[in-house]
Design a protein around this ligand. Structure first.
Ligand code: ADP
Ligand code: GLC
Length: 483
């Protein structure tokens, strides 16, 4: 059946940009397959048919009729995007025709039927990989996060030969935990409900399934790979991950450098590059105007583009807004999440209407404009598996101010004395993550901003970094071969 020597990779993911996105997982699942394809692999992405996906892929072709699933009709569809992304969609309206967030209900609680939704999705992923459903089968199945965590278990339970599995942890905080009585409905061998299986404190964890049954585990940065093998960073899985340390590695994410390109980005009033940095100011002016801020070319504009959660340390930043304004800076926040953090930022915008602008919601275009028009970008995370916004910031000459954790510590070179002397710094890091160290990082950023030559050197260093998928994709290909 296999026509050439290209490796066949099946990506199993619940999100994929531009079809559906709640966070960085979508960016990874949308860009990595294209980079793998450019490097010679044959990659297909298996994705649930959420309403956004169905809308964006109208005209997709049926490749398999599945009969009845969860009491309704179901089929597999095939869709190839203009960019060349090859997607297999699970069109099962009883499971996936749900409005709003794919994982949470209107009350921001986990959807009560998530266990069923992602078990069926994972089972079908295994069947596709095995060649049981369509005229294609995978050499390697690359599963992402708990939503795909059961696929390695289903493949491990196969009696014949099955493709190898890689399980990537994007965020250990989301563990796919369900009451133990759902186990019987999963169709896994009884012995899999055990300490060396999917059982976790007398519950079922789909994340643990991925960790236990995959042939190799990756996470999205080397530092996070170390952090999750400790009690502090392991969120209950530290010991288990440490015991699998010999089959666990960290591969840093890239970004799609065609989508994130300040020279061609349509949000830039004037495209710019490290050679024509002064043109960034034109978009800064337009941004201040658009967000209703005081026209102030010399005021540093800080931005946030993020889920507003304690993971991201944004409760701390909300407590530092007055300090930023007092020093003469402006802040633009884009995001949504914890109500208390949203409210704290909204209250700050009320106190400083000409200096602080807050947009609660999700806005792809504004996210681009913030990267292009701001001077600095806050990512004060308490933990961060990789982080993509700091990579976009580097590319857009927007200085990242980051907590020294996870992927943030791997991708940003702090402006400490040694790095400044060597001329290699790309951003401001702080640690430990608290109000005092954040305030210090803010003061430090103002000092750097007051010295334009130094500032420009730092952001030029950032713009020179290779943040594309080329190197990470090569690492994944090596890994696929080695398993
Ligand atoms: P996480 O996946 O933990 O949320 P990442 O930094 O890996 O964090 O990825 C976040 C992605 O989502 C980035 O592409 C960022 O630009 C985007 N993003 C986050 N919040 C918003 C928002 N409110 N509007 C538009 N894009 C957003
Ligand atoms: C998760 C992490 C983030 C990472 C993203 C993509 O959402 O929180 O740090 O960049 O996945 O891997």
């Amino acid at each position: 059946m296999k026509k050439n020597n290209a490796q066949r990779i099946l990506m199993v993911t619940s999100e994929c940009f531009p079809l559906i996105k709640t966070g960085g997982l979508a960016d990874v699942a949308g860009a990595l397959p294209l980079a793998l394809k450019a490097a010679g692999a044959e990659t297909r992405v298996f994705l649930p048919g959420f309403p956004d996906v169905m809308k964006a892929t109208a005209g997709a072709k049926r490749i398999c009729k599945l009969g009845t699933i969860a009491g309704g009709p179901a089929q597999l569809l095939s869709y190839v995007s203009k960019a060349g992304l090859d997607v297999i969609i699970l069109d099962a309206p009883e499971l996936f025709d749900i409005s709003g967030n794919p994982y949470l209900d209107e009350k921001s609680q986990d959807r009560a039927d998530n266990h069923l939704r992602y078990a069926i999705f994972a089972r079908l992923a295994a069947d596709i990989a095995l060649g049981k459903l369509i005229d294609w089968q995978a050499d390697v199945v690359h599963c992402h996060d708990w939503q795909a965590g059961l696929t390695p278990a289903y493949l491990k339970a196969e009696t014949g030969t099955a493709p190898k599995t890689i399980f990537t942890i994007h965020n250990l905080a989301f563990q796919g935990l369900f009451p133990k009585d759902i186990f019987n409905g999963l169709g896994l061998p009884d012995c899999y409900f055990a300490a060396d299986g999917v059982e976790y404190w007398d519950q079922v964890s789909y994340m643990k399934s991925g960790i236990m049954f995959s042939d190799w585990i990756t996470t999205v940065s080397p530092t996070y790979a170390s952090e999750i093998q400790t009690d502090e960073g392991g969120m209950g899985f530290g010991g288990l991950l440490a015991s699998r340390g010999h089959t666990l590695s960290g591969i840093i994410n890239g970004i799609d450098t065609d989508i994130w390109n300040p020279e061609t980005d349509p949000v830039c009033v004037k495209g710019y590059s490290s050679k024509k940095l002064s043109d960034k100011a034109v978009t800064k002016k337009a941004l201040q105007q658009k967000q209703g801020l005081r026209a102030a070319p010399k005021a540093p504009v800080f931005c946030v583009i993020s889920r507003l959660t304690t993971q991201k340390g944004l409760d701390l930043l909300a407590g530092a807004v007055d300090h930023i304004v007092h020093l003469g800076g402006q802040l633009i926040v884009l995001g949504s999440g914890d109500k208390t953090i949203e409210d704290a930022f909204l209250a700050a915008a009320k106190r400083h209407p000409t200096e602080v602008s807050v947009t609660i919601g999700y806005d792809e275009q504004l996210a681009h404009m913030l990267q292009a028009g701001s001077d600095a970008n806050f990512i004060p995370s308490r933990f961060e598996p990789c982080g993509l916004t700091q990579l976009c910031a580097l590319r857009y000459g927007t200085l990242p101010i980051v907590g020294r954790v996870g992927g943030l510590s791997d991708t940003i070179i702090d402006t400490n004395a040694a790095a400044m002397q060597a001329g290699v710094a790309t951003g401001v890091q702080f640690f430990p993550i608290n109000q005092t160290t954040l305030a210090h990082a803010i003061d430090q950023t103002f000092d750097l901003y007051a010295a334009p030559r130094i500032w420009n050197k730092i952001i030029r260093n950032g713009m020179k970094q290779d943040v594309s998928w080329a190197a990470p994709a090569a690492e994944y290909l090596k890994l696929y071969k080695s398993v």
